[in-house]
Design a protein around this ligand. Structure first.
Ligand SMILES: NC(=O)c1ccc[n+]([C@@H]2O[C@H](COP(=O)([O-])OP(=O)(O)OC[C@H]3O[C@@H](n4cnc5c(N)ncnc54)[C@H](OP(=O)(O)O)[C@@H]3O)[C@@H](O)[C@H]2O)c1
Length: 321
């Protein structure tokens, strides 16, 4: 392994202006870890604002840091005791946010967090999946226990997590209503939603008015990827005994209890078994990765700078090789 690699790094806490493309030491896999030669890495625009992105698990500064925590690549080496994947295997995974990410030629992570990547799509598409698809899967399956035939509302259906939640809820047999801007209606209906409520003005809600898309008594399951006022509205849209899963912020348990709603917030965790299930859904053509745009690794800073600007739905991905 070469002693150094090219990487996108930040030497001081801040925003995209801190990111520099430079030489860095090639990581060495420790016990239980795999070294992955990165082909593509997806970014999460908000990650530079999170404490974990700058500190170790016990809160110590760990600059310089490497961002981008979703990887698709090839196993290049294994540390002592690492198993489950083999050198040369094409894999993908979610990298914990309190360790260096994949905006680099190589990244190390626990081998147990890697799964064989879907082979029917390119590395760039593969890299869009780990965070968003795992979050959506864990929200629907692990936390909401969605059952076939249930009515599901996905708030923010065109977003990174939302676009996967819409697809997965439909795959799991739910009847899916989604919200988002009017301009995203066709995109979201194309993912498998059967009704769409536009959150912005001109075109209004679903034909027949917003109330036509809300089942009497409320939705069985509501997934909120937006927060704020949108989350406030979710309690009353969930049926008594229904499940509300929030992703951006914890729910107000008093409001939920007053309406008989089971409300949960969770943080996604790496899970190789679930990644393998997601890869199978991609390879059977049922789950579609949503790639917004790509940047070469050397332009990684520009990739982070487009946050907030109009762009196609889906994840922004750094192409490394
Ligand atoms: N808890 C966890 O483990 C976990 C994991 C992943 C993400 N998250 C969090 O989940 C949230 C969503 O993440 P993401 O990556 O999916 O973000 P995202 O891609 O920005 O998606 C949010 C979506 O919500 C839409 N939206 C904004 N305002 C809306 C409104 N009033 N009504 C309906 N839709 C609206 C946005 O549309 P526009 O883009 O057009 O504004 C966008 O499509 C973030 O807070 C993120 O930090 C949590």
């Amino acid at each position: 392994m070469p002693p150094t690699m090219m990487a996108l790094r930040a030497h001081a806490r801040g925003g995209p202006e801190q990111l520099v493309y430079e030489q860095a030491p090639t990581p060495e896999p420790g016990p239980g870890e795999a070294l992955v030669e990165v082909h593509a890495a997806a970014i999460t625009f908000a990650e530079l604002t999170w404490d974990q992105s700058w500190t170790t698990g016990d809160g110590r500064d760990r600059t310089p840091v490497i961002p981008s925590h979703e990887v698709s690549g090839t196993v290049a080496g294994l540390g002592p005791g690492a198993g489950g994947v083999s050198p040369g295997e094409e894999v993908y995974g979610l990298i914990d946010f309190d360790r260096d990410g994949a905006a680099a030629q190589y990244v190390k992570l626990p081998a147990a967090h890697l799964a064989a990547r879907p082979r029917s799509v390119a590395h760039a598409e593969t890299a869009t999946l780990p965070l968003a698809a795992l979050t959506a899967w864990q929200a629907l399956v692990d936390h909401a226990a969605l059952k076939p035939g249930e009515q599901v509302l996905v708030q923010g259906g065109a977003g990174g997590v939302g676009s996967h939640a819409v697809q997965l809820a439909a795959i799991l047999g739910g009847s899916v209503t989604a919200t988002g801007r009017a301009a995203q209606r066709e995109f979201v209906l194309g993912l498998g939603a059967s009704a769409y409520l536009a959150s912005d003005s001109e075109q209004g809600g679903e034909q027949g008015g917003e109330s036509a898309a809300i089942p009497p008594g409320g939705f069985d399951v509501v997934i909120d990827t937006v927060g704020g006022a949108v989350l406030d509205a979710c309690y009353g849209m969930t049926r008594r005994g229904g499940r509300l899963v929030t992703l951006g912020e914890p729910p107000d348990q008093d409001k939920a209890a007053a309406l008989g709603v089971h409300a949960t917030f969770f943080i996604v965790t790496p899970d190789a078994v679930e990644l393998a299930q997601l890869a199978a859904l991609v390879d059977t053509g049922r789950l579609r990765p949503v790639l917004s745009q790509t940047f070469p690794l050397r332009e990684g800073r520009a990739a982070f700078e487009i946050a907030g600007r109009p762009r196609p739905p889906g994840k922004t991905v750094l192409i490394v090789r």
